[in-house]
Ligand binder design. Sequence first.
Ligand SMILES: Cc1ncc(COP(=O)(O)O)c(C=O)c1O
Length: 401
Amino acid sequence: MKNQDLLVIAQEFGSPVYVYDAAKIEKQYKRLTSAFDKVEKLRIYYAVKALSNISVLKLLINMGSGLDTVSIQEVMLGLEAGAKPEIIIYTPNGISLEEIEKAVKLGVQINIDNLSILEQFGTKHPKTPVCIRINPHVMAGGNANISVGHIDSKFGISIHQMPLLKRIVENTGMNINGIHMHTGSDILDIDVFLYASEILFNAAENFDNLEFIDFGSGFKVPYKEGDIETNVEELGKKLSKRFNEFSKKYGKKLTLAFEPGKFLVSEAGQFLVNVNVIKQTTSTVFAQVDSGFNHLIRPMLYGSQHEISNISRPKGRDRFYTVTGYICETDTFANNRRIPEIHEGDILSFHNAGAYCFTMASNYNSRYRPAEVLWYKDKAHLIRKRETFDDIMRNQVIVEL
Ligand SMILES: Cc1ncc(COP(=O)(O)O)c(C=O)c1O
């Protein structure tokens, strides 16, 4: 997508608007599958929570991707997008047995991450194949909120509880067909993946009927020029070798699975906003845009540093701006950022806006959630309309007072 294309999109569909480049998603999908091309059976389950627009799901399903889902609604979205149930894995956390049973009825692969539900489920449905999520107790991930495989994390069944886990499996006679871990997002060092994988291989030896091993995700993507990222190619080489060795020892051709979200869609997304006000105070020059953490919460929630370009004036002289939104609360997207000179009415683009951006948007301040556009085969396709006042009113019940 060129700046000119983005400006036309902002004009045609209005701002703020999310734009996703289908070709970039495809490139990332191919990059990951090529890195693991030495593994005979590979399954990529795209993490739907990263970007759940149904057209994006369709695009990924058409490429051959499966789906990783964390709620029954995501399962339903995946099925609606055309995914066969057998390519959907359902990896919830802290949900009721009833919701898991609903997912079983929809025919998807169940992944259970606590012993209480495992025991209840195994007792009621011993024949249904189940994957188990192990917590390997590895500290990994870009920050505390996205590190989920450490000892204090609520996710997964502790690796130290293996004796109890095995007892439940034996006593219920349940069928464990997969083993899974996900240690966190934004993992830089491939040694962390390899170390945690060894823990998972050891755990896998406790089960005779496995069909797949799911290594979760956590690949770090670059946020700016020269930024470091997970070396997927090197990981592919090293982990594939170990996986093939393990598979041989296990005596069966197992499937290697991953559940990438960010890796597939983060860089494909741009978020376009209009500059409403340039406000110079005694200490700062604010560029205030027609958005806020109601549309893009990652800078405030995780301290994410999204690159910002002035696509209306890319060749302007660099100046320093603090970019904020229009929400009645502090909503700073970037502090003292060097950006080509901004004028009111300019369109700015936030980069890496594909993953965990629209899906975390809300109606805070009773603002509408933005439109979404898919750039596919050199053409812009509207894939979600901007909300209207009817959406704000939907489901509100006015009582006679
Ligand atoms: C279980 C599970 N799998 C996969 C992912 C996707 O992670 P990422 O977006 O870092 O690839 C997540 C993200 O939180 C997750 O919780």
